[in-house]
Design a protein around this ligand. Structure first.
Ligand SMILES: NC(=O)c1ccc[n+]([C@@H]2O[C@H](COP(=O)([O-])OP(=O)(O)OC[C@H]3O[C@@H](n4cnc5c(N)ncnc54)[C@H](OP(=O)(O)O)[C@@H]3O)[C@@H](O)[C@H]2O)c1
Length: 278
């Protein structure tokens, strides 16, 4: 089976389980996969608030909080009871703790890691016995361009996404013998709730004068960015392209190329000037 295509031997209607599907990228992915005939387990913390779910037997709303292992087990059990299988896991749930590190408290930082890193690991661990038993599966981890490069005021968020990158790179080696694919989706700025409702913002008056301007530039990048359907299309490609490719940039190829080609000092000086200039 090693090296086999992602979908070889899959049934007509594959099953995708998506975390954090209430809004943004997770919601767009849920609708995208459903429109293409897949069975979709759209997991979210508060499914009772969801008013957009397609009403048919190929769409299942599942309560799941990635920071709660009991909730993960119950959510997965519900999906397996309904469809007996999962083919693709999309680890998407996440948010940004944003602002000067000095202004954060340890509990905020812990919560950031509990969601973006340990939550992703816990959902992955819960699904691995199932994927190994089938000797087939794919894990698509929604990382970020911020898992490869850094910007000011995002130190905690970057730490989590760099952790997701290292975790996924290593995991790809050890799961390949079981024909389980691990892939990284690396969006640049995408217009979602990430820049509004979901953001955990730390204010720090002592970090004037650059704080307001830098934050403003970063927020504008998000508000002027393309919508989450772009990422949904990339997730679809990653799930169905039958490759062992590791990384899928989305709206981030330019900055990643610049990072690769430019000397590190030059790249960082440019980012500093561009985002923190007066
Ligand atoms: N937007 C961007 O520019 C961008 C760029 C790069 C990477 N990303 C990544 O893309 C992913 C999705 O973000 P988004 O842009 O679509 O933002 P979003 O619209 O805010 O969606 C975030 C989702 O994560 C969920 N979530 C948060 N904590 C959770 C938890 N403990 N358990 C389960 N779900 C939880 C939220 O659920 P609730 O509705 O319950 O809060 C929401 O569904 C994140 O991992 C983010 O880091 C985003």
């Amino acid at each position: 089976m090693e090296g086999g295509p992602c979908l070889r031997g899959f049934s007509v209607s594959e099953v995708v389980l998506i975390t954090g599907a209430s809004t943004g990228i997770g919601k767009a992915a849920a609708l995208h996969f459903h429109q293409r005939g897949w069975r979709v387990a759209a997991t979210m913390r508060s499914p009772e608030k969801c008013d957009w779910a397609p009403q048919d037997e190929r769409f299942l709303l599942v309560p799941l909080d990635v920071t709660d292992t009991d909730s993960i087990a119950a959510g997965l059990a519900q999906v397996l009871e309904r469809w007996a299988e999962v083919d693709v896991l999309i680890n998407n749930a996440g948010y940004g703790l944003v602002g000067p590190f000095e202004g954060t408290d340890p509990e905020q930082v812990r919560r950031q890691f509990e969601t973006n890193v340990f939550g992703l690991m816990n959902v992955t661990r819960a699904l691995l016995p199932h994927f190994r038993q089938k000797r087939r599966g794919a894990i698509l981890n929604v990382s970020s361009v911020g898992g490869r490069v850094t910007f000011p005021l995002y130190s905690c968020y970057h730490s989590t996404k760099w952790a997701v990158e290292g975790f996924s790179e290593s995991l790809q080696f050890e799961l390949k013998p079981f024909n389980i694919k691990v892939k990284l989706i690396e969006p640049g700025a995408i217009k979602t709730e990430f820049y509004d409702r979901s953001q955990d913002r730390v204010d720090a008056p002592d970090y004037q004068p650059f704080y307001d301007k830098t934050m403003d530039r970063l927020q504008k990048a998000g508000h002027n960015a393309p919508g989450p359907e772009l990422v949904a299309q990339t997730l679809w490609n990653a799930a169905t392209d039958n490759s062992w490719k590791l990384r899928y940039p989305v709206n981030s190829a330019d900055v990643l190329w610049f990072r690769k080609l430019a000397p590190e000092g030059f790249f960082r000086a440019f980012i500093g000037w561009y985002l923190m200039r007066k």
